[in-house]
Write a protein that binds this ligand. Structure first.
Ligand SMILES: O=C1C[C@@](O)(C(=O)O)C[C@@H](O)[C@@H]1O
Length: 217
């Protein structure tokens, strides 16, 4: 079976364990949104053992940072290839997760999300630089686009940065999800059909056909 292109990361939330285990063999890369799934430790262990290129993400509600730390530590032990940690997490927890991940050869993504707007270029640059002060494999910038100039501003981050995934959320921002891997991002996020984990995500099958025509592998 041919797996989906490696530059498409399917973000998985709100489905059950069986659906995920049937799906994983078809994907080259997927994000397991642990906070949007109802999985116990045994199921998590099985899933992370099934695939060697999974991102473990847990977006804490309120200040659930201890829950996040425990879950990410466990999933690193189960074989997660990547962990994603939001830049708003307390510094000592980011450092702790980074150290645990590095000891296990697990790559770290530090991510910034803004669900209402896209900050100025100076602010985006500063956020990117702050994220790069941690020893990370990738910095992710995801902002809500309210105009096409928001999209252009976020995409301009590729001019000066490597090891970055920068794109806009929302319908206006969808173009940036297609452009990201054409401009240097190692991958871009997509959804299971009818099951977005963030606004503006395209269905991964459709995105694959677009990228096949724009950027043959
Ligand atoms: O940060 C990201 C990107 C994302 O927010 C998106 O807009 O595709 C989806 C999240 O699940 C993921 O952790």
């Amino acid at each position: 079976m041919k797996a989906i292109r490696p530059d498409i990361c399917v973000s998985i939330g709100n489905v059950d364990f069986h659906a995920i285990s049937n799906l994983l063999p078809k994907l080259s890369l997927a994000e397991i949104r642990i906070d949007l799934l109802n999985l116990n430790r045994d199921e998590l262990k099985l899933l992370f053992g099934l695939h060697d290129n999974l991102i473990a993400t847990y977006r804490p509600k309120e200040s659930e940072f201890d829950v996040m730390l425990n879950l990410l530590t466990d999933t690193i032990g189960y074989g997660a290839a990547w962990v994603d940690v939001d830049i708003d997490t307390p510094t000592e927890i980011i450092r702790e997760i980074t150290a645990i991940a590095q000891a296990a050869n697990c790559k770290v993504i530090i991510s910034y999300h803004n669900y209402t707007e896209t900050p100025t270029y100076a602010r985006l640059k500063k956020i990117t630089e702050n994220a790069q002060t941690y020893d990370v494999s990738l910095v992710k910038i995801a902002c809500m686009a309210n105009s096409t100039s928001d999209c252009a501003r976020v995409l301009s981050l590729y001019e000066e940065n490597t090891r970055i995934v920068a794109f806009c959320m929302g319908q206006v921002g969808t173009i940036t999800r297609v452009a990201a891997p054409l401009l240097g991002a190692p991958f871009t996020y997509a959804a299971l059909p009818g099951n977005q984990t963030a606004p503006g995500q395209l269905d991964y099958i459709y995105l694959e056909s677009l990228l096949d025509s724009l950027k043959p592998l």
